[in-house]
Design a protein around this ligand. Structure first.
Ligand code: FAD
Length: 375
């Protein structure tokens, strides 16, 4: 009998646990530890903020879903991992102490390094959890004139909600007849091409931004914030009345002392998703060291690969399935112009870019599918 411990109850952890339960015999024990029993469907948080989804639509209770699939769930904080002892220390939860494991899967997501931007906590909105998205939504409701600024900080790896939010605000103000009274700006530390990883996709998105009179300011690294101004590295001040920023990301602190991470704390893995230099440990999702944005579909694919390889390893077979790094996303909230992009990040080839209302619908269907298949 093998004890498999999965750390983290997001896209990566849940899919790894489910695929392992499908592939391993009932004699093996699968346990998932996460600090919250709530699974959050992050891609729906923009719609939550803009009043197009309810809180109940964007999260669900994990415990029953996992138990139905014979996966034990423990609600607790991962405090310490000891690969030499093969234990994980957990605290602040329903169970505290050391959990032994034979195989481990890291799926702890990313850390929001808000401390790297002076004044972030006091002056910026973000929407990277349910509470913050609701708070940002309340500020959006009060915004009727002035300047709204959206953007990513250096090290943030999530362009989609930035553009969706700017477009959703523009469309909302157009509908209420207030668009002329507001200026909407998107600020990027790089260029649109670099953020989307593709020239054609950048041109398509720029056209959508222009259509809604959203200005785009490239190559501006925000370093600090005051109550009404974002100060860039080159000492420019960008005034705002409403600000939504994606803060810098870093890897999970639970892995930072294990000498398995790069400088930003992301876990180094090989293409089988096994942690470099470590037997019996896999890592998936936002916590791993891969180029480009951090996306849910990547976490899901990596979890499928890790689960299949881990099951093979337990069975005494070689882990042979390889992860191929690709990027897919839909930028919604453009109405009939919603944008779909698919790019193989291992090749220097142009992305597939498509546009139309269908992609908006497809994103919702995907959200519903997740909800129905996990609640
Ligand atoms: C607003 C927004 C919009 C997005 N839109 C898209 C999109 O359109 N398309 C797309 O593909 N992706 C999108 N993403 C990105 C996607 O949500 C992430 O890439 C995905 O959630 C990563 O999954 P994960 O399992 O690696 O990490 P997470 O989903 O972050 O899960 C990590 C889990 O670990 C738990 N955890 C962390 N630390 C500890 C600890 N010390 N102890 C115990 N538990 C811990 C957390 O509670 C959480 O359950 C979006 C994200 C946001 C925030």
């Amino acid at each position: 009998m093998a004890k498999v411990l999965i750390l983290g109850g997001g896209f990566g952890g849940v899919i790894a646990a489910e695929r392992l339960a499908e592939q391993l015999g009932i004699e093996h024990q699968i346990t998932l530890v996460s600090r919250s029993r709530q699974f959050v469907f992050y891609p729906a948080l923009v719609r939550l903020a803009f009043g197009k989804a309810e809180q109940a639509d964007v999260s669900f209770d994990l415990r029953h879903t996992l138990l139905n699939r014979r996966i034990n769930f423990i609600e607790a904080e991962v405090v310490h991992v000891d690969p030499s002892e093969r234990t994980v220390t957990i605290g602040h939860g329903e169970v505290e102490g050391k959990l032994p494991y034979d195989y481990l899967v890291f799926a702890l997501g990313r850390r929001l390094a808000t401390e790297r931007i002076t004044g972030f906590y006091e002056h910026a909105h973000h929407l990277l959890n349910v509470d913050k998205a609701i708070r940002f939504g309340k500020a959006v409701k009060k915004f009727h004139e002035g300047r709204a600024v959206f953007g990513q900080c250096v090290g943030a790896r999530l362009p989609v909600p930035v553009y969706e939010s700017a477009l959703a605000l523009a469309r909302g103000l157009e509908e209420s007849g207030e668009r002329e009274r507001a200026r909407i700006t998107v600020v990027s530390p790089t260029t649109l091409e670099a953020e989307l990883g593709d020239v054609a996709a950048a041109a398509t998105l720029k056209k959508a931004l222009d259509k809604h009179q959203i200005e785009f300011l490239p190559n501006l690294s925000i370093e600090s914030l005051t109550q009404d101004s974002a100060i860039t590295k080159s000492r420019e001040a960008i005034d705002f009345d409403l600000l939504m920023l994606v803060p810098p990301f870093r890897g999970s602190s639970a892995a930072s002392y294990l000498e398995i991470t790069n400088d930003e704390g992301y876990i180094n893995v090989n293409s089988t998703m096994r942690v470099a230099g470590h037997e019996r440990i896999y890592a998936v999702g936002d916590c791993v060291n891969f180029s480009g944005p951090k996306m849910g579909h990547m976490a899901v694919r990596q979890a499928e690969i890790a689960a299949t390889n881990l099951a093979a390893e337990i069975d005494g077979r070689e882990p042979v399935l390889r992860y191929e790094h690709e990027m897919k996303f839909v930028i919604d909230e453009i109405g009939t112009d919603s944008l779909y992009l698919h790019k193989d990040l291992s090749k220097d080839e142009p992305a597939t870019v498509k546009q139309g209302r269908f992609w908006s619908w497809a994103k919702r269907v995907h959200e519903k599918y997740w909800e129905l298949s996990h609640s």
